[in-house]
Ligand binder design. Structure first.
Ligand SMILES: NS(=O)(=O)c1c(F)c(F)c(S(=O)(=O)CCO)c(N[C@H]2CCCc3ccccc32)c1F
Ligand SMILES: [Zn+2]
Length: 263
């Protein structure tokens, strides 16, 4: 991947020097501040298709130096939006062992331990994610807030392989599992707004849906995620831990933040 980081000389305060959109409008993530929310009765429950992958399906789990990412089956999609959005990959953002606060979106400035993003592209209009990634109607990302609490069995389908991708550009094949189990129970309660990729090149191309209800993972599971990975590659003499890989919240400006739920 490119040479940007979350901190330091190539950190997020410098992204716009090399990636102009990062300093532009419609940036993500944002804070969901109560008095900016507007209930929209037309927001329908999110419906996903084919998220229950067979264990015979092989997925690629990788460390791309910025996150842990899992490739997804092109059979997976969101069917409840105006266009069909086909799944491409999922990845996480998290804090660190000493500070379990690494979500990108925040709720009244409360930052959760981590955040899961399931990235989809508009397959009605574009042949693949590379052509969709810089189009205003190109992407739809499902965001799930993650807090430390009960053990999460679904999360183990990823965590149990994490020591195979400790270093940048390492990849392993993992069996498919029910990706729906990584989402909260209720897909009818969510925040909705127009935003961007939260990493360079920060294209303003994302229809964001962030579910109201967090999922939980245990403290042990969180520590495993927060301490297992490095953003440097295996042969680097100075290993760089991969953590705090979240972008700070961005100005909402005149954007509407819609919610599918009351109170
Ligand atoms: N938070 S976020 O905005 O959802 C988000 C990330 F934070 C994130 F790290 C990634 S990345 O892992 O690809 C590393 C940097 O692009 C992505 N990739 C997306 C958009 C870029 C092109 C592409 C191509 C194939 C599959 C996924 C993607 C990303 F969308
Ligand atoms: Zn993300």
């Amino acid at each position: 991947g490119a040479k940007w980081t979350y901190d330091g000389p190539q950190g997020q305060d410098h992204w716009s020097e090399r990636y102009p959109y990062c300093g532009g409008a419609l940036q993500s993530p944002i804070d969901f501040k109560s008095d900016l929310l507007r209930f929209d009765p037309t927001l329908r429950p999110i419906e996903v298709q084919n998220y229950n992958l067979s264990p015979n399906e092989q997925l690629t789990l990788g460390n791309n130096g910025h996150s842990v990412q899992l490739s997804l089956s092109p059979m997976m999609s969101i069917s409840s939006l105006h266009n069909q959005y086909t799944a491409a990959q999922l990845h996480f953002h998290w804090g660190s062992a000493s500070r379990p606060a690494g979500s990108e979106h925040t709720v009244n400035n409360k930052q959760y331990a981590a955040e899961l993003h399931v990235v989809h592209y508009n397959s009605d209009k574009y042949p693949n994610i590379s052509t969709a990634v810089d189009k205003s109607d190109g992407l739809a990302v499902l965001g799930v807030l993650v807090e430390v609490g009960m053990f999460n069995p679904a999360f183990e389908h990823i965590l149990k392989f994490i020591n195979g991708i400790k270093y940048r550009d390492q990849k392993v094949k993992v069996p498919g599992f029910n990706i729906r189990a990584l989402l909260p129970t209720r897909l009818d309660e969510y925040y909705r707004y127009d935003g961007s990729l939260t990493t360079p090149p920060c294209y303003p191309s994302v229809l964001w849906t962030v579910f109201r209800n967090p999922i939980t993972i245990s403290r042990k599971q969180f520590l495993s995620l927060a301490t297992a990975l490095y953003s440097s590659n295996a042969q680097d003499s100075a290993p760089m831990p991969l953590n705090n890989n979240y972008r700070k919240t961005q100005p909402v400006d005149s954007r509407l933040i819609l919610v599918s739920f009351k109170e």
